[in-house]
Structures are given as structure tokens and as C-alpha cells.
Design a protein around this ligand. Structure first.
Ligand code: DQA
Length: 147
């Protein structure tokens, strides 16, 4: 089974971008951790990062026919992209929302997630560890579905 890890705007700058908030690891480091976790759990992982909302939507559309699960860190799009909400609503597999930081503990505009209502659950605030936890959550939910 394939898990698609999607990274939204500005996440390509991880490592350099506000390291006091997001840490010093790069996106590539996080992808490697997620991939190692996926492989250990018998899953395949593919990653895509984009700064463009439409590209993210197309990635979700494409996932409909080939991915069993999505791990989505949509960056700031999390807080206002109803188009992303609708795209995820059309995906039948498992969806886990992911954030490095804990948006609930930050500025009020980060407290709303339009992804949350169409996700099975949320992993936030654990920094890079979240990538492994999110993949683990997808694997466990897929196993439950098979029972
Ligand atoms: C983020 C949190 C968002 O509020 C922010 O816009 C990001 C990163 C996180 O991983 O903590 O770009 O999704």
C-alpha cells in the first residue's frame, strides 16, 4: 500500500525557516524518517512538496486511484483552503493532518483548520517526530480497515 506525504507552502524551507519554531532539520530529513517508518510497517511512501494550492489539489486528486493513505502538512493552506478541504473530502483512504508546531498554541488565525474536519486525526506539536507518528497512525488505521 502507498502512503502519500504532501507538504504545502514554505515547507521546502525547513531547516532555514524560523528554526526556533520549526527546528533545524530539513524537509528531506523528515521525508527520510517518514519513509523509514513506512517501510518498517510494510508501506511504500511517496512525497510531494509544492508552494501552489492547485498543485496540492491535483496531488490529492491523483491519490484517489493509487494511495491508501495521505499524510498532509498543508502549511498555511491548512487555515483557509476550502478547496483543499473539498479535495480531501473526495479521497476515500485514510487522512492524517500533520504539523511540526502546535498551531493551537500559536496565533489565533492558526487555530482553525479546514483540513481537520476531513482528516481522521491530527498529529501536531511533536516536531520531526510527528512524521513517524503520522505514518504509524496511517498504518494502524489501514490495518483496522482490513479487519
Ligand atoms: C505548520 C503550521 C502552519 O500554521 C504554518 O503555516 C506552516 C507550518 C507546521 O508544520 O507547524 O507553514 O503547518
Amino acid at each position: 500500500p502507498l502512503v502519500l506525504l504532501l507538504s504545502g507552502p514554505n515547507l521546502g524551507l525547513l531547516g532555514q525557516r524560523q528554526p526556533e519554531v520549526y527546528g533545524r532539520a530539513t524537509l528531506e530529513d523528515h521525508v527520510e524518517a517518514a519513509r523509514a517508518e513506512a517501510e518498517a510497517l510494510g508501506l511504500q511512501l511517496e512525497h510531494q512538496q509544492t508552494d501552489h494550492e492547485g498543485t496540492l489539489l491535483e496531488a490529492v486528486h491523483g491519490a484517489r486511484t493509487r494511495a491508501a493513505g495521505l499524510v498532509v502538512n498543508a502549511g498555511a493552506l491548512t487555515h483557509y483552503s476550502w478547496a483543499l478541504h473539498d479535495a480531501l473530502a473526495a479521497f476515500d483512504g485514510v487522512v492524517v493532518e500533520l504539523h511540526l508546531s502546535n498551531p493551537a498554541a500559536r496565533e489565533p488565525w492558526r487555530h482553525t483548520s479546514v483540513v481537520a474536519p476531513v482528516a481522521h486525526g491530527l498529529v501536531a506539536g511533536f516536531g520531526g517526530l510527528g512524521y513517524r507518528l503520522a505514518v504509524r497512525a496511517v498504518a494502524e488505521l489501514l490495518a483496522q480497515r482490513r479487519q
